[in-house]
Design a binder for this molecule. Structure first.
Ligand code: PYC
Length: 314
């Protein structure tokens, strides 16, 4: 046998793609998801590369590897990965996974629990296809961090957790429009390098691998537009579930948004998440509503005779 197959379902959530591996993935055992994530990163990086990167994928694709959950009240466990490594949590990806499970007839409208390496998230699948996820507790760890960004000058932003670590800045001087995407990408990459060189991290040294810029939206009824740089250098086509969660935590900390108030977050391509939060034991629990569409069901073929069987090495 010189080839193997990996069964995937592709979807996009507000424009941001998710490739869910439903069969043919590596065996990571049945320990806690955080341990399985470490095993995946250590032993199966070629698989990650082969599934999401060229020639089968692209920089923007996020992979979701379904796992048997430890907690039997969860419908599935999931490990998210991208073009350069793994994601601890992924909001648009969770919405994509829920749509995929519904497409497969494994779940129906109602409430579902999903295990991730950073905790259990819940998802409500509605009759109209919209999905609301309730994310992990989110919080701002540092307010008003001033950094010097080489080539661009000083920038001030907050550091916050929404399932991943974010640097969030509103006062940056760039218009958030699609024609500016190459410049926004250069700018946010420079911010990320500056954060690393100035040893600015999330709590416990957590790497700030996402940068999120905000501006007003030109669309009536929308509270804000964002541009989100993802760890591998691509920008999020969706408003970013974990990034919107981090934003809610900052708004709450600043007294600008109350529990249950709606925040409409628009992405740089104009897609929208409707967000709100509740407070549980003092923590912000974000709720993010969006919609995903299935756009492919396929078998990835891994042929050992193919020199780029496991993706193009970077
Ligand atoms: O929706 O949380 C998200 C996300 C993270 C990276 C890309 N999308």
């Amino acid at each position: 046998m010189n080839s193997s197959r990996v069964r995937v379902i592709d979807s996009h959530t507000c424009g941001e793609p998710t490739r869910t591996v439903i069969a043919g993935g590596p065996d990571l055992g049945n320990g806690p998801l955080a341990e399985r994530l470490i095993a995946f990163a250590k032993n199966h990086d070629a698989f990650r590369n082969g599934v999401v990167n060229e020639p089968r994928g692209s920089d923007v694709l996020v992979g979701a590897l379904l796992q048997e959950p430890c907690d039997p009240s969860c419908v599935t466990g999931v490990i998210f990965f991208n073009n350069v490594g793994n994601l601890l949590m992924c909001g648009h990806g969770t919405i994509g996974v829920v749509s995929t499970l519904a497409h497969l007839g494994r779940i129906y409208p109602g409430l579902h629990r999903i295990e991730t390496p950073v905790g259990v998230v819940t998802a409500e699948l509605r009759e109209d296809g919209r999905i609301t996820i309730e994310n992990v507790p989110s919080y701002r760890s540092t307010r008003g961090v001033a950094i010097e960004v080489p080539g661009f000058g000083p920038v001030t932003g907050d550091v916050a957790w929404g399932g991943n670590w974010f640097f969030l800045a509103g006062n940056h001087g760039f218009p958030l429009v699609q024609s500016e995407i190459p410049n926004l990408t250069r700018f946010t990459l420079a911010i990320r390098r500056a954060l690393a060189s100035q040893f600015i991290t999330g709590d416990n040294g957590g790497e700030i691998d996402h940068v999120e810029l905000f501006a007003d939206s030109p669309t009536p009824g929308i509270d804000s537009r964002n541009f989100v740089l993802c760890p591998g250098g691509a920008y999020d086509r969706s408003p970013c579930g974990t990034g919107t969660s981090a934003k809610l935590a900052c708004l709450y900390a600043d007294g600008k948004l109350k529990p249950a108030e709606i925040w409409r977050q628009e992405s740089i391509i104009g897609s929208v998440f409707e967000a709100s939060f509740r407070i549980h034991e003092g923590a912000v629990i974000p709720r993010i509503t969006g919609r995903a569409f299935i756009n492919a069901e396929s078998d990835l073929i891994f042929n050992v005779a193919d020199p780029f069987c496991m993706g193009i090495p970077s």
